[in-house]
Design a protein around this ligand. Structure first.
Ligand code: RAM
Length: 335
């Protein structure tokens, strides 16, 4: 039997542990902060879901959230919005950058005036922000896309990539990892023939798909690592003689891809939950603006329903692993 003294000591330790736990959970966040989300473009369903996730988090926290941004993903399209947010002196800017460098001088100006800057989805050069909330590691996304495409292609044939804009930091980083994965001997029979850019514009992505199929009559697969591109490519192929012959895969939202899985144009594609990405970015920004974290690796914070998150190297915070969607699980997702 345990002695009375031993039991007493145990109780004290448990109480101390509970207290510490409670203190960590109830981080002293400021409330009433104004935090602005600047998406790549406001009319992209992926970005809308991400921003909605951010707004939901800010509501939970008692902060004021707003979304402002351009309708095209051009390199400098976000600059005027950043300038306005500086003039309004918001507490934090959460931005999916359209270019790694074009926005940096303006974000630096914001930071110099005490505005916290968090990138999410698409990063800037590291000096343009304090934290980057990344959907998954760029390596896992890039390699994962090739592994899935290779399986769908049966291990051989010509492959093309239909990307977003030529300057998109996220797509370019993923494509870099795709090339590294393709260099492995197991992909010796897969040839990357072209990288095309649909600029995250539906119509342009549709036309680029047509162009790829005309230019490469033996094309076996298209990877579109953009939700806009994959939906446009699938739509083009769904009513063409290539349906069932040319593989279309990449990164897509289940809601935009559902009909193409159903009609057999697409077998499988990948993504993460964009709503959760925005949600995590909002919590990171609120913590940064409250001073509960800075940009130091190893610092952690509570991100509401997503639990405890930790700042990694270069101020990067990772949401989680990729999900692969196909006919067996797409019904479970609604975004
Ligand atoms: C598009 C955008 C976004 C990207 C997704 C996968 O919606 O380019 O930045 O993360 O696709």
């Amino acid at each position: 039997m345990w002695s009375k003294r031993y039991r007493g000591a145990l109780l004290t330790i448990c109480a101390a542990m509970m207290l510490t736990g409670t203190t960590a959970m109830a981080a002293p966040l400021k409330s009433g902060l104004t935090i602005a989300f600047v998406p790549k473009q406001v009319n992209n369903p992926y970005e809308v879901t991400a921003d909605n996730g951010g707004m939901a988090a800010l509501k939970e926290l008692g902060d004021h959230g707003k979304v402002v941004g351009p309708s095209n993903a051009g390199a400098s399209s976000q600059v005027s919005y950043i300038n306005t947010l500086i003039a309004q002196h918001v507490n934090a800017i959460v931005i999916a950058a359209n270019d790694a460098h074009a926005v940096v001088p303006y974000l630096k100006k914001a930071m110099a005036r005490g505005i916290k800057v968090v990138t999410f989805d698409s990063d800037t050069a590291p000096d343009g922000r304090q934290l980057f909330v990344n959907q998954a590691t760029a390596e896992s996304i890039g390699r994962g896309q090739i592994q899935l495409a290779a399986k769908l292609m049966g291990g051989s044939g010509e492959l093309a990539i239909l990307s977003a804009t030529p300057n998109a930091t996220n797509q370019n980083t993923w494509i870099g990892w795709m090339k590294k994965e393709l260099a492995k001997p197991e992909y010796a029979h897969i040839k990357l023939v072209k990288i095309a850019y649909g600029n995250d514009d539906d119509q342009q992505s549709f036309v680029e798909t047509q162009g790829l199929l005309e230019a490469y009559p033996h094309l076996k697969a298209i990877i579109a690592p953009t939700t806009v591109g994959i939906a446009a490519a699938a739509r083009y192929i769904s009513t063409s003689p290539y349906k069932g012959k040319v593989v279309v895969t990449g990164l897509g939202t289940p809601n935009q891809m559902r009909e193409f899985i159903k009609n057999g144009t697409v077998t499988a594609f990948q993504l993460w939950d964009p709503g959760q990405l925005g949600y995590l970015a909002a919590y990171a920004a609120a913590n940064l603006a409250s001073g509960t974290i800075s940009d130091k690796p190893g610092e952690s914070f509570m991100a509401g329903k997503l639990g405890k998150r930790t700042v990694g190297a270069d101020g990067e915070i990772i949401l989680g692993p990729l999900t692969t969607f196909d006919a067996s699980n797409i019904g479970n997702f609604n975004f």
